[in-house]
Structure formats: structure tokens, C-alpha cells
Design a protein around this ligand. Structure first.
Ligand code: ARG
Length: 480
């Protein structure tokens, strides 16, 4: 607490403009005989965290003030003065000129305190018919609505980069894996587009959560509703909410929407973490499928040769943190009696950090992916080996009338022989192949190439080049 800051506050007090209503120096201090203990003050304060809600808090207060004006609880001139005062407070906050004082318990109290300093005791009328309980419920909804629309834009941008990267390498094949064992060839683009689909579902979850949280809680008061004839639908209209909450107890204690968002954020992090894991594997000396951009890697303080994939590692590492916030929120709510309890103040550090973590992770991975180099030669080599065309042989035998189970067994023997002799299936001559099954003709060779194997998978969702190209076009249209 700088003397300057204190001086500022004392001056306001001397002018009789302080909201301090009692010895406790608090706006709510009337019924208190003693000052709040210093430990309690620092234990309960939340302004460092909730100050980021200031713009939405003021937006909500302006709407509340206009609603009080419409209800004739405030005169037109009072309404104008308060709104102008709130706008000045916002300007101070926007410009970083707002001076917080130690008595500012949370952002709501800080703004009201400053409003009263600026416009005098009239500032004290703003909180008529409102509680911080419905106020904070409103603020978080307004804030989340904005954040989620920004997040959707970021996710779309990420999708665009993945689609563009896929498109740039649309004919490049790579080994597809199950159990992290080489399985069947797929297009590199197909693999990247898998993540685009995941992100598309993530976006759906955020949109869905946005719809459910888009309900206006103001007018619920502390818990029971309000004594004033406020037109709640009018407030909702001013703030762009299609509807209002229907139960005041629920409205001030509901944090479902935050849990939903934290859950959707966790799922998004899980997807980012899976991609990160693949980037870590693919960029290792063992795979060498891709090269991470230098600017997105770091070195070792001891081993000069090292280039470490710290960015994807940190995305993977931060995933647990977001899951933790989800569990934090669920646990905070689980045994909470109705309605508002101060426990709910713990919701914001969790939500904010989960949001910040996802924003940062999406942003950094987007730029990393934009600059990712694909080692086409390594992929080309990799896709030729590992008997990944064995399923093609079996399916060929099926077209020749061999039941699939038998075809599987014949091909298995062929693969065994290839392994024993250190050869690939594609190295065998027709004569040699026919020793495994008389049904094999030279037509098999037409199917026994990586390209043929890929293009054969031409049903919706398959890795055939035509399919993948079509999906790229669809996604480009969707994301434009
Ligand atoms: N800082 C509080 C929170 O974040 C605001 C509501 C406080 N309400 C109260 N009755 N103490 O939840």
C-alpha cells in the first residue's frame, strides 16, 4: 500500500465521499462493532482475481441503473449521472489509472467505491435492488459469453492451419498406427484432419454451453428476488440476453455453466495434448516424421546437440492443470447448500486459469503447426515397410472368393515368410505368392501399392485421396 494510494483514499474520506458506513470501513459495515481483522481482510479479498471482470461488471451496472430508471426508482437525471460516473470509472480502469485501495474487497466494491468518490452519495443508489450475488452471477456470464466467442475464433483459426497444412501435403502417405504399431498407410492430411474433427466437436460444446449460460440473473437479489418493480426482461434486452433466470435461489448459486465450460475446456486440452504427444513422438530421432520450427523449441543447458519439444510438452503438461480446475469446481459445488455461499468465490481462479491455459495452448500450437516441416522422404520410406499392405492381400483374396478368415490366415503365413526372409510383401514374385494361394493372380500387384491401398478406402470417412480432398474442400468452405 503506497502512501500515495492511501492518501487518495483518505482524501476521499475527508470529503465525506467514502462509502465507508462504519468503524469497519466497509460498505456493509453498519451492523459491525469492530474493524475487520487484518488476516480476514487479506484472506477474503478477491480483487486481484476478479478485477478482470471490471468491464462486464460496469456493463451490467449500467443496465441495472437504466432498469432502476425505467422503474422510476431513480430519476432520469440520477440515472444519467450514475451511468456517466460508471463510464468514467471504466475509462480509468481501461487506461490503468484506477487506484485500488486495500479496502477494495472485490471488483464490485472497488467500482462502487470509486463511483461514489466521483459522483458523491448518489453512487450509493446504484446497488438498490441488487446484491453482489446476482451481480457476480451476471458478470461471469457476460464475461464467459465474450471469452467463448473469442475462443471459438481461435479454434477456427487453428482448424484452418491444420487444414492448410494437410492440403499442402495432400498426397503424402504415412504409416497409420494402432497400438502404436504400424497398421495401414493413411494420408498425412487424413491424420491432421482427424484433429480438425475433434476441434469441430469442441466448438460444438462451447457453442452449446454458450446457449445455456445466456440467461440474465439480475433481479434475483441476494437470493429471494427483488422488492423493486424492475423489468428484468428490459435488463436482459439491454445486455443481449434472450431470457432471464426463473428461480432466484438457483440464479445466485448456479455454477453449472462454469462446470460445463471447464469440462469442454478439459476435453479441448485433452485433444491438444494428444496432438502434442504425436508431435513429440514424430519429431524424435526414432520417428523423424516432422521437424518442429527452431523458434518453438529450446536447447539443453548441458547437451549442445539437443533440440527439445518443450512447447508440445508443456501443452501436454498443462492439461492436468485444466482437469484439476474442473474437479475443483465440481468439488466446490458438491455439498453446497442453497443459495449463495462464499465458497463460490473460489470459482473464478479455477475458471480463469482454465481459460487462460486453453487460450495460450491453442495460440502457441496454431503457430507451431503453421511452421511445422514435414519430412516427406522419411514418411515415404516408413510407409513402404512393416508389411502394412497385408490387409490388402487378404481383401484381394476375398475378391477371389476366399472367405475372409482363410484369407487372413494365408496372408499371415505370407507375412511370417517375409519377416523370416527380411523382405517386404511387395518384393515377392507372382510365382512365390502363388505358393501361399493358387487364387493369387497378377491382379494383386495392382492393389499392392501404398497409393492403391489408400485410394481403395473411398467410402465416407476413409483415407482415399478423393475423399480427403473433398473433406478439405468442405472444411475450407465451413471455415471461410
Ligand atoms: N467476491 C464475491 C464472489 O466472487 C462476490 C459476491 C460476494 N457476496 C457476498 N455475499 N459476500 O463470489
Amino acid at each position: 500500500q503506497s502512501p500515495e494510494k492511501e492518501g487518495h483514499y483518505l482524501m476521499a474520506r475527508a470529503k465525506g465521499r467514502s462509502p465507508a458506513a462504519s468503524e469497519s470501513g466497509k460498505a456493509w459495515g453498519g451492523r459491525f462493532r469492530h474493524k475487520t481483522n487484518r488476516l480476514v481482510e487479506s484472506f477474503t479479498v478477491s480483487v486481484a482475481v476478479d478485477r478482470r471482470l471490471y468491464a462486464h461488471d460496469i456493463q451490467g451496472s449500467i443496465a441495472h441503473c437504466k432498469t432502476l430508471g425505467k422503474a422510476r426508482v431513480l430519476t432520469a437525471s440520477e440515472t444519467r449521472t450514475i451511468v456517466r460516473g460508471l463510464e468514467s470509472v471504466k475509462t480509468e480502469l481501461d487506461r490503468g489509472r484506477f487506484r485500488f485501495i486495500p479496502q477494495d474487497e472485490d471488483i464490485h466494491m472497488a467500482i462502487e467505491r470509486r463511483l461514489t468518490e466521483l459522483i458523491g452519495p448518489l453512487g450509493g443508489k446504484l446497488h438498490t435492488g441488487r446484491s453482489r450475488n446476482d451481480q457476480v452471477a451476471l458478470d461471469i456470464r457476460l464475461y464467459l459469453r465474450d471469452q467463448l466467442s473469442q475462443l471459438l475464433a481461435h479454434l477456427e483459426n487453428f482448424q484452418r492451419v491444420l487444414v492448410a497444412k494437410g492440403k499442402a501435403h495432400r498426397t503424402v502417405a504415412m504409416p497409420g498406427y494402432t497400438h502404436l504399431q504400424r497398421a495401414q498407410p493413411v494420408l498425412f492430411a487424413h491424420h491432421l484432419l482427424a484433429y480438425v474433427e475433434m476441434i469441430e466437436r469442441d466448438k460444438g460444446r462451447f457453442r452449446d454451453a454458450s446457449v445455456r449460460l445466456n440467461v440474465m440473473p439480475l433481479g434475483s437479489g441476494a437470493l429471494a428476488g427483488t422488492n423493486y418493480p424492475v423489468d428484468r426482461l428490459f435488463t436482459a434486452g439491454l445486455l443481449g440476453f434472450p431470457t432471464v433466470t426463473q428461480n432466484s435461489l438457483d440464479a445466485v448459486s448456479d455454477r453449472d455453466f462454469m462446470i460445463e465450460v471447464a469440462s469442454a475446456l478439459s476435453i479441448t486440452m485433452m485433444h491438444l495434448s494428444r496432438l502434442s504427444e504425436e508431435l513429440i513422438l514424430w519429431s524424435s530421432q526414432e520417428f523423424q516424421f516432422v521437424e518442429l520450427p527452431d523458434a518453438f523449441c529450446t536447447g539443453s543447458s548441458m547437451m549442445p546437440q539437443k533440440k527439445n519439444p518443450d512447447v508440445p510438452e508443456l501443452v501436454r503438461g498443462k492439461t492436468g492443470r485444466v482437469y484439476g480446475h474442473l474437479v475443483n469446481l465440481l468439488t466446490t459445488l458438491k455439498a453446497l447448500p442453497l443459495s449463495y455461499n462464499r465458497d463460490l468465490q473460489e470459482d473464478k481462479p479455477a475458471l480463469f486459469d482454465a481459460l487462460d491455459t486453453v487460450f495460450a495452448s491453442v495460440e502457441v500450437l496454431t503457430e507451431l503447426m503453421r511452421r511445422l516441416t514435414v519430412n516427406r522422404d522419411v514418411l515415404k520410406q516408413a510407409v513402404q515397410s512393416g508389411s502394412m499392405l497385408a490387409t490388402e492381400v487378404a481383401d484381394y483374396l476375398v475378391t477371389r472368393g476366399v472367405p475372409f478368415r482363410e484369407a487372413h490366415a494365408i496372408t499371415g503365413r505370407l507375412v511370417r515368410a517375409a519377416l523370416d526372409q527380411g523382405r517386404e510383401l511387395t518384393d515377392f514374385s507372382l510365382e512365390e505368392l502363388r505358393t501361399f494361394s493358387e487364387r493369387i493372380e497378377k491382379g494383386l500387384f495392382l492393389r499392392l501399392t501404398v497409393t492403391a491401398a489408400i485410394d481403395q478406402k473411398s467410402q465416407i470417412g476413409g483415407t482415399a485421396r478423393t475423399r480427403v480432398e473433398q473433406r478439405i474442400k468442405e472444411l475450407e468452405r465451413m471455415l471461410s
